[in-house]
Design a protein around this ligand. Structure first.
Ligand code: AMP
Length: 148
């Protein structure tokens, strides 16, 4: 049995807790791996969304995927960074959340993913939902007195 405050918390929506899209670093379909590597390195993020010009979400690109794609049999093929596009390497099999999903739904997903992309019904990217956002909200909850 959840008490009232915890239930209220779990029913908060993803929209209330997400980082909005305009604050999320991303790359575009058509960008090469060198550009993606630059953005990842400069921001310090491990993975970022891949969007198209209409802001539709296509997948995620991360440092590990880029490095894996340039490892040849005998050497690291750095020249591939310029030749290959993010869409050749990105992960398209990703979980997605909707704006009106509850925190409870999001909580299940961030057990296995450090962050999850949020989209609307037209697949347009709205933002990301991170473990950090959940932990911050839970920390606040822990310090609140219980009622009900
Ligand atoms: P955090 O929970 O803040 O440690 O973020 C976990 C992961 O979410 C980071 O490594 C990034 O892959 C992604 N992330 C968090 N904030 C942003 C952002 N503003 N832009 C792009 N990716 C982000």
């Amino acid at each position: 049995m959840m008490n009232i405050k915890t239930e209220e918390l779990m029913n908060a929506t993803i929209q209330d807790l997400m980082i909005p899209g305009d604050k999320v670093a991303h790359v575009q379909v058509g960008n090469n791996l060198q550009h993606a590597l630059l953005v990842l390195t400069k921001t310090g993020y491990t993975a970022i969304p891949v969007l198209d010009p209409t802001f539709k979400l296509h997948g995620l690109i991360g440092m590990n995927l880029i490095m894996d794609s340039i490892f040849g049999l005998e050497r690291i093929e750095f020249e591939k960074l310029e030749k290959m596009k993010v869409e050749e390497v990105m992960n398209t099999n990703i979980p997605r959340l909707f704006l009106d999903d509850t925190l409870e739904v999001g909580l299940d997903l961030v057990v296995n993913h450090p962050f999850v992309c949020v989209q609307n019904e037209d697949h347009v990217f709205e933002g990301i939902f991170t473990r950090r956002a959940i932990l911050k909200r839970l920390k606040k909850r822990v310090h609140q007195p219980d009622i009900g």
